[in-house]
Design a protein around this ligand. Structure first.
Ligand SMILES: [Zn+2]
Length: 227
């Protein structure tokens, strides 16, 4: 009896149950009709519960305990003999080289892709949208300001940096003599312990613009942890 009462309630609130209304059951026995109605009510009740859960989930974004982001950046290199104003800045450190980055800001390929990794993890726009290169405000700007803004956005979203792994790709100059200094400075800019920052470097086997020393690139993967 209780079951039937529940069933009656469900029938009145379920649109799909109308497929099993009396009109379509006139040719079936009453017992068959009851059996099918009960089965259908159970299915519809479950379906509605799942549907409501999905609707509730869609209405509110999930709060993830971890968020992962990837960043990539590449800059063209030109000869400093031809363009003496150009520099090679990596992770906020000037690295001596006979070629420099062509960019609207200081062209720090490492910091730029770190910003993209952090904002990417947060589901926010990329560095080009946040700091448009047609805005004179960012002309010649040192890239630490972009890092500070990414960190501010991260904290505003309630996350802190878990760890970060960067891979520089450059045929020349040799990055290894500068790696520790770059890593230390990156940890300082991000305000985290050095142990959660990693900076790797590799060549591009002398192929393509990277291998021909006409460009420099960097990949970064970051993990953010809910504070
Ligand atoms: Zn860049």
């Amino acid at each position: 009896m209780t079951m039937m009462m529940t069933s009656t309630t469900t029938i009145s609130s379920s649109s799909s149950i109308h497929h099993f209304s009396g009109r379509s059951c006139t040719t079936r026995s009453n017992n068959e009709l009851r059996r099918r109605s009960k089965t259908n009510i159970t299915i519809n009740t479950k379906t509605n519960k799942i549907r409501n859960k999905i609707k509730a989930a869609a209405a509110e974004p999930p709060v993830l305990p971890y968020r992962v982001g990837h960043g990539f950046d590449l800059h063209r290199l030109e000869s400093t003999a031809e363009f003496p104003e150009l520099k090679l800045i990596l992770g906020g450190i000037e690295v001596p080289h006979d070629r420099g980055c062509v960019a609207h800001s200081d062209g720090d390929v490492l910091l730029h892709c770190v910003v993209d990794a952090i904002t990417g993890a947060l589901g926010l726009p990329d560095i080009g949208q946040l700091f448009p290169d047609n805005d004179p405000k960012w002309k010649g700007q040192t890239s630490d300001v972009f890092i500070y803004e990414a960190i501010r956005l991260m904290k505003e979203a309630g996350y802190e940096l878990g760890n970060i792994d960067c891979t520089l790709i450059a045929q020349r100059p040799k990055i290894s003599p500068h790696k520790e200094k770059i890593k230390k400075n990156l940890a300082k800019l991000l305000d985290v312990h050095e142990s959660v920052v990693n900076v790797k470097a590799k060549t591009h086997e002398k192929v393509d613009s990277l291998g021909e020393n006409r460009s420099i690139a960097c990949h970064t993967v970051v993990m953010l942890i809910k504070a």
